[in-house]
Design a binder for this molecule. Structure first.
Ligand code: FAD
Length: 491
């Protein structure tokens, strides 16, 4: 009889592990507290608008292709990918707007126009980023991160210097470029996903490789198409989904999980994979005797940012908006400090506006615009309706000024979302949006462990363990945990 694996949570990591484990012959059941799949990447529909609730940037397309390839499938069996050009646009204020072209020659020309001579350094930067990306993808991200010994092979040791693990992203960029706007263009991927460029190892310029060389893509219909594809694949492989099933307790006997309880059901388990937020499961579901980390440990983790989000349906189109629009028209450094160093609601926030209806008519009624606004915020802040409204108007002023359009009077649907919602919907520690920050001391084997040391058949996956936050890493995390589980449980 097939062994039973219970998976907690239907985010990308839970879904990826479910498909892999079902393929390996396990009887897999996914228990999800919410009524739909996708976790932070759920979809919401209202008044004819189709909103992706979380991720909107589709990077590293080969990670998705490789995932579906494991099952003899292709991405195109599930959704149509479209490459965006320009990849995105940055508003630096004062009429300085940078469209970041998808093609490399265009990008070199853009760099030259901001800083003469800089395209040579951009080439060098991208060559180094390509090396980091290749080594990172081949040697790092697929490792479970149990111990430093996994990284002790010669190629990795030899490469440590070239990988720039011990230099900061901020210092590295400033040695290559002088123009602050070019630096911001290259710093934004790490700033939005984890920590200040000062605290992020220069290794993470591999993200720039993903951005610039591999491109920014969009699945027609929205990011939720990925979730739908993965759920459909998992079902084809025999996975059972149970929604509205919040796991509240697990029964551990003789060092092994035997049963998993929700409010109204009990599930037998030969193994448990936790795709829910690690902190929540360890501190709130698992009995104290089986926890590997205490409160102080979690309090000392650097969490990635939370966010204030607005999902807006507009009764008209807004010219001058691209699909992805970054508003860096205020002090970049100051906002970073207010997220990471002195956490507080930012004095003058940077923000991001996504208008997927620019590319995809299916996400808004005809002649209307689907708008998603995101302000990165420190985790753990007080979150009130009044604060949300204050920031709404702060960014609306800038958006209206930038587009030259009255937007507020054309809002036919509006929903805000911040810390309290992340906690209520996902049990997110401090209301984090993207899990654990990518600092040096929280990289690879220094992250919370994928396999429990105290409970033999208990495993963790997702954005709080290896390899880290983001959709592609979560997909990889699910694959790695499935291999680990199989290694331990296979006869
Ligand atoms: C606003 C926002 C924007 C983002 N933008 C991008 C982007 O553009 N590109 C990108 O690559 N990444 C982006 N990310 C990050 C990316 O979405 C996440 O890293 C990824 O989706 C995390 O997947 P996961 O499977 O680890 O966790 P989750 O998606 O959080 O899944 C965990 C699941 O566990 C469930 N759960 C929790 N507790 C329980 C319980 N007790 N019982 C049962 N179920 C439970 C939750 O409901 C949830 O469904 C963004 C994230 C957010 C929030």
């Amino acid at each position: 009889m097939a062994k039973k694996v219970i998976i907690v949570g239907s985010g990308f990591a839970g879904l990826a592990s479910a498909a892999c484990l079902a393929k390996a012959g396990y009887e897999v059941t996914v228990l999800e507290k919410n009524s739909t799949a996708g976790g932070r990447a759920r979809q919401m529909t209202a008044e004819g608008f189709v909103f992706d609730m979380g991720p909107s940037w589709y990077w590293m397309p080969e990670v998705f292709e490789e995932f579906f390839g494991l099952f003899g499938k292709k991405v195109s069996d599930y959704y149509d990918l479209h490459r965006l050009d320009p990849s995105y646009t940055i508003n630096f204020g004062g009429g300085n707007v940078m469209d970041v072209p998808a093609n490399l020659e265009g990008l070199y020309a853009l760099f030259e126009s901001y800083e003469p001579g800089s395209s040579k350094n951009l080439k060098r930067f991208l060559d180094e980023a390509a090396y980091k990306y290749e080594v990172g993808m081949q040697e790092f991200v697929h490792k479970p991160g149990h111990s430093i010994l996994e990284f002790a092979d010669l190629r990795v040791l030899r490469s440590l210097f070239r990988l720039q693990m011990f230099n900061s992203m901020a210092g590295y960029l400033r040695r290559l470029f002088k123009n602050e706007q070019l630096i911001q263009l290259l710093e934004f991927p790490v700033l939005f996903l984890g920590a200040t460029p000062e605290k992020t190892p220069a290794l993470y310029s591999l993200m720039n490789y993903a951005d610039i060389r591999l491109g920014t893509w969009y699945p027609m219909g929205g990011m939720f198409k990925i979730v739908e594809g993965m759920v459909s694949l998992a079902r084809e492989l025999g996975v059972t989904f149970r929604f509205d099933q919040e796991v509240t307790r697990v029964e551990v006997i003789d060092g092994q999980v035997k049963q998993v309880h929700t409010a109204n059901a009990t599930y037998e388990a030969d193994a448990l994979v936790v795709g829910a937020d690690y902190h929540h499961f360890e501190q709130e579901v698992l009995a104290p005797a089986f926890r590997q980390y205490n409160k102080a440990y979690w309090d000392n983790r650097v969490m990635a940012p939370s966010s204030l989000l607005f999902y807006l349906g507009l009764s008209k189109r807004v010219p001058n908006l691209r699909h992805h629009n970054l508003f860096f028209d205020e002090d970049f450094h100051q906002h970073a400090v207010e997220i990471y160093e002195k956490p507080k609601w930012p004095s003058k926030p940077l923000f991001y506006a996504s208008a997927p209806s620019v590319t995809d008519p299916s996400v808004a009624p005809e002649g209307m615009e689907n708008l998603f606004l995101l302000v990165p915020l420190a985790p753990g802040l007080e979150d009130t309706e009044a604060l949300r409204e204050k920031y709404f108007h702060m960014i609306m002023d800038r958006l209206e000024q930038f587009t030259g359009e009255n937007i507020r009077d054309h809002i036919v649907y509006k929903r805000s979302y911040a810390h309290n919602d992340f906690i209520r919907d996902y049990h997110a520690f401090k209301g984090n949006a993207y899990g654990l920050a990518n600092t040096l001391l929280q990289t690879a084997f220094l992250k919370p462990k994928m396999r429990s040391k105290k409970v033999r058949n208990l495993f963790y996956t997702g954005q709080l363990t290896t390899p880290g936050p983001g959709v592609p890493p979560s997909l990889i995390s699910g694959q790695v945990v499935a291999k680990e589980l199989n290694r331990v449980l296979a006869p």
